[in-house]
Design a protein around this ligand. Structure first.
Ligand code: COA
Length: 159
């Protein structure tokens, strides 16, 4: 069974991420979607909330597991038995950062290959910050995120 790891902050998961998960699922037997604790960011949602939103969003896709990790992504890939790492490339501006990260991950763990997938072009301008910003201003985000995320954002910003 060839499983691949899809790491990210997922604060929150968007339809662009789901698009990548579906594409990865077509190429591999299983996809482990893993939420990074990521101390360099100050997420709106806790790790538990991000995992819960992802689990509910992928519940109808076969062979997807969702977990979280704190540390190096390559260590988590080894722990889970993943053969590689998936990253999404939305635009040329993503490339430099992703290229650097892929090469560093290869240096750290030469047995893991990073696979870049391009989401549908309608998601090119989508990211989690924009979604958080729109939701905080009471704008409808239902075109951009799964229904469970719409509800979680509403409850977060109604507090
Ligand atoms: N659709 C929509 N948005 C997408 C997307 C897609 N397909 N792919 C990425 N994005 C957005 C995310 O929503 C996020 O938006 P935000 O910054 O506005 O919140 C942004 O692009 C960054 O994406 P993300 O995948 O969350 O990457 P990241 O920069 O937060 O990095 C890790 C996450 C987990 C890959 C990285 O921090 C990591 O590897 N950490 C572990 C430590 C480690 O191993 N370090 C060595 C690596 S060299």
């Amino acid at each position: 069974m060839r499983k691949v790891l899809y790491p990210g902050t997922f604060d929150p998961v968007t339809n662009g991420h789901i698009d990548i998960i579906n594409r990865a699922r077509e190429m591999f037997d299983g996809v482990i979607v893993t939420v990074a604790v990521n101390p360099t960011k100050t997420p709106l949602f806790s790790v538990e909330e991000r995992v819960e939103m992802l689990r509910k969003s992928v519940a109808d896709i076969d062979n997807i597991t969702v977990d979280s990790f704190d540390g190096l992504v390559v260590d988590h890939a080894h722990e889970t038995g993943a053969v590689g790492i998936i990253r999404g490339l939305r635009a040329l501006s993503d490339f430099e950062y992703e290229f650097q990260m892929a090469l560093m991950n290869r240096k750290l763990a030469g047995d893991l290959t990073t696979v870049f997938l391009i989401p549908h072009e309608k998601y090119t301008y989508l990211n989690s910050s924009i979604v958080r910003n729109l939701a905080s201003l009471n704008s409808d985000v239902s075109d951009f995120v799964p229904p469970v995320v719409v509800e979680m954002l509403k409850s977060k910003f109604s507090k």
